[in-house]
Design a protein around this ligand. Structure first.
Ligand SMILES: Cc1ncc(COP(=O)(O)O)c(C=O)c1O
Length: 396
């Protein structure tokens, strides 16, 4: 962990935050649910925001093209992933989920199918319902090494009306970072069924192992041409409140189709969002490296705790993200585990069933916090399990 970049905040500092994570539950609950991190801001981001405020510069913002954000994004993709795109392929929006809605409204007709691998980040499921499109669900297969794609099941799931693969890559909530081999398999499936791909890669900068992220659009020119890649600086740089998302259009045809919606539905980009993003991409990587080191340490803490004290909970440590997906079904609590842990441990976790039917009996634990708070979260959950007779003495 970098000594020179202070990351950790204490509970009083966090309680003073006005974000959703720290305001939804009463003060005696420790929040470990929504995907925000409990770390101090990257210094360049903080400085950029302070500058805009000092300049009292809150009029209509300049166009993002003038801020050279498409160029900055393209340069970042080339440097980090070896992914070559032209700045002209890049557009900016407010939120990734907003942009998913736009994709579904413009790329499919009502009733057409969207292939989704479950369990999944809940807005994937909601966006299909809310836009009147049809969910084509195919579960990832849980195994001893973690979740894997089932290509036969994916093939079988795709019917004639399935038009779009909505991919979460890396995957929330399982933390899978799909291998090149898996992605090649998926690319073959996409070709076989003539699908358009909407690839949400918002967690790409949060790879926890040495393996680099492989943008789905890198799998071939033909794949790029049928892919819209969505991402945002909000996850890696912890600035979701600034509302800025990125879309990369793999072909003019896709962009034209997407352009069917009136431009003003997109809303605007905020001055703060653009300033923070430019600063993060330009000078935020030392901070991001420090965050990743802390997340790796926290991932190990969770994995060791589960392995040594909770024999009834199954967990494969994530390869990316800061989310631990805990299979609590064998606890046989007689209720959803998030409800049990909220009441008995006063810890707020994400509710498994929101991630689809495969999430029943699961919780998602956000471990992007200080080691001290993480220990308290785990200790509270442990005490609740001991009291309920669900943590065996041998495991203690
Ligand atoms: C996979 C995924 N996509 C999108 C989002 C949210 O992005 P936005 O706030 O830009 O809509 C999240 C937030 O956790 C996420 O995990």
């Amino acid at each position: 962990m970098s000594e020179s970049i202070p990351l950790l905040l204490n509970k009083d500092q966090l309680r003073a935050r006005e974000c959703a994570k720290w305001t939804v539950y009463p003060d005696d609950v420790i929040p470990a649910w929504i995907a925000d991190m409990d770390f101090a801001l990257a210094p360049p981001v903080r400085e950029a925001l302070a500058q805009r405020l000092a300049a009292q510069d809150l009029g209509y913002p300049k166009m993002y093209q003038r801020a050279a954000l498409p160029e900055a994004f393209a340069a970042r993709m080339a440097a980090r992933y070896g992914w070559t795109i032209a700045p002209s392929q890049v557009e900016f929006f407010s939120d990734v989920v907003q942009t998913i809605h736009f994709c579904l409204l413009t790329l499919l007709e009502p009733g057409e199918g969207v292939l989704i691998q479950t369990p999944i980040y809940p807005p994937f499921l909601q966006s299909v319902v809310e836009t009147g499109r049809r969910q084509v669900l195919c579960p990832l297969q849980p195994g001893p090494q973690g979740y894997a794609m089932d290509f036969d099941a994916l093939d079988a799931a795709c019917d004639a009306g399935t038009r779009v693969l909505l991919l979460c890559h890396p995957h929330n909530p399982t933390g899978r970072a799909f291998t090149r081999e898996e992605l090649e398999g998926l690319a073959a499936l996409v070709r076989r069924h003539n699908l358009i791909v909407v690839s949400d890669e918002i967690h790409a900068d949060l790879m926890l192992d040495a393996r680099p992220h492989v943008p789905f659009a890198m799998l071939g020119e033909d794949i790029a041409a049928r892919t819209i890649t969505l991402t945002s600086p909000s996850k890696a740089f912890n600035i979701a409140g600034l509302c800025l998302a990125v879309a990369v259009f793999g072909s003019p045809a896709l962009r034209q189709q997407f352009g069917r919606l009136p431009d003003h539905l997109r809303g605007g980009r905020s001055t703060f969002g653009m300033a923070a993003t430019a600063a993060a991409w330009q000078a935020g990587d030392p901070w991001l490296d420090a965050v990743l080191a802390q997340l790796r340490a926290n991932r190990a803490t969770v994995a060791e705790f589960v392995a040594t004290r909770w024999p009834l909970i199954r967990h494969t440590p994530p390869e990316a993200t800061y989310l631990a997906w805990l299979d609590c079904r064998a606890l046989a609590l007689g209720e959803e585990p998030w409800r049990f842990f909220l009441r008995e441990a006063r810890v707020a976790l994400s509710e498994g069933p929101n991630f689809g039917a495969e999430g029943e009996g699961f919780v998602r634990l956000n471990f992007a916090t200080s080691p001290e708070i993480l220990q308290e979260i785990l200790a509270r959950m442990d005490r609740a399990l001991i009291t309920a007779g669900k943590s065996t003495p041998a495991a203690r």
